[in-house]
Design a protein around this ligand. Structure first.
Ligand code: PGA
Length: 302
């Protein structure tokens, strides 16, 4: 049996491909005598000449051609093995970078809990920002995955709905419409609204909804926090359109109520978003699989 080392094969492959000892030495970051020595050892093991040097040019012999073809296959197979090993190590330890819009703070940390328990070596960086800031991060490819309610309609973006994200209309519990059923949308025309800041997905949706209904949106106050908006609604400052996720932590909240307005709740989804051609790390893939297994999958909205 031949005793050939990976180093000898790598050296031979480089010499054969680059047709020269000095170019191979340069690529492999070693000296030329080191290249010559590796090739000499390989010749000794194979027992046949592999290369012929005429002047400064290097030619492959018949055995050399055969070995070169074998090397290409073998190095590719080895490369795949190295990738698998890196990936296997990657799930056990690695970093997962997620950027998620403000409103996801009501469920993302809770989803991350069991994921971290399953993969304790994974270090998670969760950026919680509004939609506009998230889109900037997406454009700069700063994170592994993005979670948002209103993904951009672009072909180079992959979007996967993974959970319902209904939008509800909140009013103070004492509001005149609190006990009415099937309130026509047009009755909202004179109501003051408390809305999220510009750049938020919730704000974008509320503006679209009022535009579609051709009803003017009367904004009394703009606030950057869902919690502050709920308090303002409870305080009687106006109505608000918020993701139902913002209510899930506090079902006993008695000072606000959900209005039964026609067309509400507005059906939407939470989406996992990433650039279509992005090569996902093994950690990111593990998180995707985890999410798919742990939350209800929805068909994409029209
Ligand atoms: P936002 O996004 O937190 O930026 O408002 C939430 C959503 O789109 O539902």
């Amino acid at each position: 049996m031949m005793h050939v080392s990976l180093r000898q094969l790598r050296t031979f492959e480089a010499v054969a491909r680059l047709k020269g000892f000095s170019r191979a030495a340069e690529e492999l970051h070693v000296t030329q005598p080191t290249v010559s020595k590796q090739i000499r050892l390989l010749h000794g093991e194979v027992g046949l000449p592999l290369l012929e040097q005429i002047g400064k040019k290097v030619f492959l012999t018949e055995a050399g051609e055969q070995l070169y073809a074998t090397c290409a296959d073998w190095l590719e197979t080895w490369g795949r093995f190295e990738q698998t090993v890196a990936d296997l190590k990657g799930v056990k330890q690695g970093r997962l970078r997620i950027a998620a819009v403000t409103t996801t703070k009501y469920f993302m940390p809770r989803l991350l809990g069991p994921f971290c328990a399953q993969y304790p070596g994974i270090d998670i960086a969760l950026e919680v920002i509004n939609r506009d800031r998230l889109l900037e991060r997406l454009a700069r490819n700063q994170d592994d995955l993005y979670v948002m309610g209103v993904p951009p309609e672009r072909l180079d973006i992959e979007r996967e709905p993974f959970m319902e994200n209904p939008l509800v209309l909140l009013a103070p519990a004492s509001h005149a419409m609190a006990h009415r059923k099937h309130i026509p949308f047009s009755d909202l025309a004179n109501e003051p609204f408390i809305v999220r800041e510009r750049g938020s997905g919730t704000r974008l949706t509320i503006e679209r909804v009022f535009q579609e209904q051709k009803i003017p949106l009367k904004i009394r106050m703009e606030l950057g926090s869902n919690e502050a908006i709920k308090q303002a609604v409870a305080g009687g400052l106006g109505l608000a359109l918020l993701s139902q996720s913002t209510l899930s932590l506090d079902p006993s909240q008695k000072d606000v109520t959900i209005l039964d307005v026609e067309g509400f709740p507005i059906k939407r989804s939470w989406y996992l978003v990433r650039p279509r051609d992005k090569q996902l790390s093994v950690v990111a893939k593990a998180f995707l699989d985890f999410l798919r297994a742990h939350v209800q999958l929805l068909a994409p909205r029209r």
